[in-house]
Design a protein around this ligand. Structure first.
Ligand code: COI
Length: 362
């Protein structure tokens, strides 16, 4: 099935010269391409009005449900230039699937996975001039909001799906390859039965105060502990976390409804297991982490996600005292895993699981 996207002409595309300036050092999420894809949903009619249109403000009734009850979900994915000149996406079907799961959790209509993929590919092809050369990429932000003007508390009957694109470099300022994190003693991210496994804006809204506290204390990211016992490490403000043990094994908190099932997380688990590395998806207590770093049992830790890719954790700040991991530089396991993942994404090394999907041929 191929959906027909109406193309709305752009009145004033950014010139090649201005685009080059914007893309010199884009940072993360500050620069946007010329177009966006939009698709509307109305109960009884289904998905309709597929468009590729100039990126711009969205007319929204002030009573739209999203503005009151936060019915919103999103995804994060990237289009890459491969070394042989193709444009590719990394496991986009995983994002489509997770978007569908998030929609179900937020009582929103499920966008067919095929349509999600077509919409993303359509925007990448339309705005291909915005894909950075070198190590940068085009970050894609599909999202869906409830647009029905209605103040009763129930799932809305009208929705808007949008895809935005943004040329990006590294997620962290200055392209740093290791970060410091601070454990939140007051705030949690998700509880049993909540929305922790869904990629919804509300989860991020709830994390912002803890993230701001981390930044106020000189750290890059917050790390959340579980809501029930305040003991087990869950995830960072916007990324999953892995621990590297001295025997070479890896450990990461298990999915169980309170943790975002990261595509990068799943890929790292697979790549490690492919080479015979033991990976435990098992609860890990924050105080155990501190003890294991002190005893030398844990030798590295890293954060991972589409935006962050793989970033070493060099220091942990907590009410019970701070501790450092390694010498402030990414350790060998973190570096090796980053190289493997980026190597596959850029077409530099074999892709045994067919994760890379070519959108534009060389
Ligand atoms: C991503 O890694 O794509 C995310 O969505 C994390 C954050 C930028 C919200």
């Amino acid at each position: 099935m191929t959906a027909a996207f109406t193309r709305v002409p752009h009145p004033s595309l950014v010139t090649a010269a201005d685009r080059a300036v914007l893309m010199e050092d884009p940072g993360f999420g500050r620069v946007f391409t010329d177009h966006m894809v939009t698709i509307r949903y109305t109960a009884g009619q289904g998905w309709h009005s597929h468009k590729v249109e100039p990126r711009g403000p969205i007319p929204l009734d002030p009573a739209a449900s999203v503005l009151h009850y936060a019915q919103e979900i999103f995804e994060g994915m990237k289009a890459y230039k491969t070394d042989d000149g193709r444009v590719a996406l990394f496991r986009p079907e995983q994002n489509a699937r997770r978007f569908a799961a998030s929609a179900e959790r937020l009582a929103m209509p499920v966008l067919p996975e095929e349509l999600f993929l077509e919409a993303v590919a359509e925007l990448v092809k339309t705005d291909a001039d915005w894909i950075p050369e070198g190590e940068g990429s085009l970050y894609l932000r599909p999202f869906m909001i409830a647009t029905e003007a209605f103040l009763g508390v129930r799932a809305a009957n009208e929705y808007l799906f949008v895809v935005l694109a943004s040329p990006v470099g590294g997620y962290f300022k200055g392209g740093k390859n290791s970060v410091t994190i601070r454990v939140s003693e007051h705030y949690t991210r998700a509880a049993r039965g909540g929305t922790g496994a869904a990629k919804c804006g509300g989860n991020y809204a709830a994390s912002l105060i803890a993230q701001a506290e981390a930044v106020a204390n000189g750290c890059d990211q917050v790390v959340f502990l579980d809501a029930a016992e305040g003991k087990w490490i869950e995830e960072l403000g916007g990324m999953n976390v892995f621990f590297v043990f001295k025997d070479g094994s890896l450990q990461t908190p298990p999915l169980g409804g309170t943790i975002l099932p990261g595509v990068t997380r799943a890929s790292i688990i697979q790549l490690a297991r492919d080479t015979g590395v033991t990976v435990r998806e098992a609860p890990y207590a924050f105080e155990q982490w501190r003890a294991d770093v002190a005893s030398g049992e844990v030798v590295e830790a890293f954060a991972c996600g589409t935006a962050a890719v793989l970033t070493a954790i060099s220091k942990v700040v907590s009410p019970g005292g701070d501790f450092t991991i390694g010498d402030g530089k990414p350790g060998p396991v973190t570096t090796d895993m980053l190289g493997k993942l980026v190597g596959i994404q850029r077409g530099r090394v074999a892709d045994p699981h067919n994760w890379v999907q070519t959108i534009i041929e060389a």
